[in-house]
Design a protein around this ligand. Structure first.
Ligand code: GLN
Length: 271
């Protein structure tokens, strides 16, 4: 089988971009090789690897788990089934956090709750080097991935294992960010492409989708400096409820911001 034949075979089964990424990794060829020399024969081992991956992708497994990595903001992060696959909508959380860090005291103390693979904590540590970044996760397996990402990308992040604010007694932050589980337990989206392979606890609170957000908002006052900001990601229909929760907890200047697709995605406020 040639590169071109392999790609054509897989494109009938899975998305072309996924097929291309899997073929490039299995064969060691670049995108340019695939375009310029599709007649190149694929070695037997590479062909077997590629076909096995394509079959797993066709059965729903995310490409990031097959390859063990994913890109976020131009950096390559290790990704395992212990953590959520990085999503482009989380970019807006980073952009808003960086904008707040420009107006917050320098050096700022930053906290990332539910860090998962660490994409938020690591991106902020690298893109706001004057900030001190702490990150918390309940999952020991996720923290292993996050620590590894921080080490490989040379980001200074202090990691804590525990339930939201529990391991942070006595600490105060200028900025708290979070991408919590916010999908309601009965949301059919949980059965969508790839999601059944992701850690349930990272996607859903097993309730109405807002219980973790309620805890994060209610607890933030005790861990924020006066004037500090809380920003968190949420579902497309949760913006108004999130602003109401923030206002009820004493936050000012509350706002909701859309993601790159124009969907309400991040809300926040200043205490
Ligand atoms: N945005 C993700 C999705 O809809 C969910 C991420 C999360 O729950 N934090 O698939």
């Amino acid at each position: 089988m040639t590169l071109g034949e392999a790609l054509a075979w897989a494109c009938g089964r899975i998305e072309r971009l996924d097929a291309r990424l899997l073929l490039q990794t299995a064969s060691g060829c670049s995108h340019a090789d695939l375009l310029a020399r599709p007649e190149t024969p694929l070695a037997a081992l590479a062909e077997a690897q590629f076909m096995a991956w394509a079959a797993r992708r066709e059965a729903g497994e995310p490409v990031a788990y097959l390859l063990g990595e994913a890109q976020f903001r131009g950096r390559v992060f290790q990704v395992t089934p212990a953590v959520l696959v990085p999503r482009p909508e989380t970019e807006v959380l980073i952009e808003l956090a960086l904008a707040k860090l420009k107006i917050l005291p320098n050096p700022a103390q930053v906290l990332d709750l539910g860090t998962g693979s660490g994409i938020v904590a690591v991106s902020l540590a690298l893109e706001s080097p004057a900030s001190t970044v702490c990150a918390v996760d309940l999952s020991v397996a996720a923290l292993d991935v996050a620590r590894n990402n921080a080490r490989r990308l040379r980001a200074q992040v202090e990691f804590f294992q525990g339930d939201w604010y529990a391991p942070l007694a006595g600490r105060r932050f200028d900025l708290i960010v979070a991408n919590p589980p916010y999908i309601a337990a009965d949301d059919p989206h949980l059965a969508g492409d790839g999601l059944p392979f992701e850690p349930r606890m990272a996607l859903t609170d097993a309730a109405d989708g807002l219980s973790c957000i309620r805890r994060i908002v209610a607890g933030a006052g005790a861990y924020l400096q006066p004037g500090g900001w809380l920003l968190f990601e949420h579902g497309y229909d949760q913006g108004e409820t999130c602003r109401n929760l923030l206002q009820a907890a004493g936050f000012q200047d509350t706002f909701t911001h859309p993601d790159l697709a124009g969907t309400d995605r991040v809300s926040g406020g200043r205490i």
